[in-house]
Design a protein around this ligand. Structure first.
Ligand code: CP
Length: 318
């Protein structure tokens, strides 16, 4: 892999807001190389040998945590997972003290998910090792935004000029915010749709189009990203009953016909099947949901490689 004039070496990855097109493209191009490693029989390369990574998750995760763990391991790093429910956090240890404790062990990178918006920025200020945000409250989930863009590029070969519609619980969605910032930087025409109480006021100033009608939003869409209804973050009365939500906003085969015939269906997972997405759409021909999971691994390999090794040549032999 050749050197790029853009470098992310030793940089914290906190958000896609403010990330340049060159930085985004560096990650996306590097992920393409990484995907080749995932497809091999023997996946392990020594690129990050001698580096250590801590996954510090204050919230549940299957995809993000597992793919960061595998990403580090495939690249030869030592990876340790801290599940806070089985850590000294339950004894009352503060976030700052937890971070300083892992730093004292000499780790090179910390991947953190936390329920509070801004916690990733706080952690980056506390820590000397690089900090990778694996989702902070409703703020951002940058690696999800990147894997969504990578998946769109795989199927559509471009992002510029595509109509991308994000449907659902926009208010609580860190995925929506990362998608919007990243995809706008790469020139997409971004729309959001959902029940009015689940639409965030800040969205209009982000330069996107906001719809309360899902039919209006998805007409002629190239990509529909269906968000999970975050039952754990819902206040009272923010959306009607599950049945009403599915009827008014759920993406089903009939609604999908309003989009372009080759429209791509994305979902960050985990899905509430039958609520925000019908099973025949989730598992249908236009769905790239399984591919998103694989692409998440490639993106996280790329991020770890770029922040820990920068533009150094990648060693691809086992
Ligand atoms: N999309 C996503 O962040 O999934 P997990 O919560 O399983 O990591």
């Amino acid at each position: 892999m050749g050197k790029s004039p853009v470098s992310l070496k030793n940089k914290d990855i906190l958000q896609l807001q403010g990330m340049s097109e060159a930085q985004l493209r560096l990650i996306l191009d590097t992920a393409k190389e990484m995907k080749g490693i995932i497809d091999r029989d023997i996946k392990k390369v020594p690129t990050l040998r001698g580096k250590s990574i801590i996954n510090l998750f204050y919230e549940p995760s299957t995809r993000t945590r597992t793919s960061f763990e595998l990403a580090g391991k495939y690249l030869g790093a030592d990876v340790v997972n801290i599940t806070t429910s089985a850590s000294s956090v339950v004894k009352g240890e503060s976030l700052r003290d937890t971070l300083l404790t892992v730093e004292a062990m000499g780790v090179d990178a910390v991947v953190m998910r936390h329920e509070v918006e801004g916690s990733a920025h706080f952690a980056a200020q506390v820590l000397k090792p690089v900090l990778i945000n694996a989702g902070d409250g409703a703020h951002e989930h940058p690696t999800q935004g990147l894997l969504d863009m990578f998946t769109i590029l795989q199927y559509k070969q471009k992002i510029e000029g595509l109509k991308v519609v994000i449907v659902g619980d926009i208010l609580h969605s860190r995925v929506a915010r990362s998608d919007i910032w990243g995809m706008k930087t790469l020139g997409a025409d971004v729309h959001v749709a959902g029940p009015v109480p689940l639409l965030a006021r800040e969205m209009e100033v982000m330069g996107i189009t906001v719809h309360s009608s899902v039919e209006e939003a998805i007409r002629d869409a190239d990509v529909i990203n269906v968000l999970r209804i975050q039952k754990e973050r819902q206040g009272k009365g923010l959306f009607p009953s599950s049945r009403e939500y599915a009827r008014l906003f759920g993406i089903n085969a009939k609604r999908l016909q309003l989009a372009k015939p080759d429209a791509l269906i994305l979902h960050p997972g985990p899905m509430n099947r039958g609520l925000e997405i019908a099973p025949d759409v989730a598992y249908g021909e236009q769905s790239a949901i399984q591919e998103q999971v694989k692409n998440g691994l490639a993106i996280r390999m790329a991020i770890l490689y770029l922040v820990l090794m920068g533009g150094e040549e990648i060693e691809v032999t086992a």
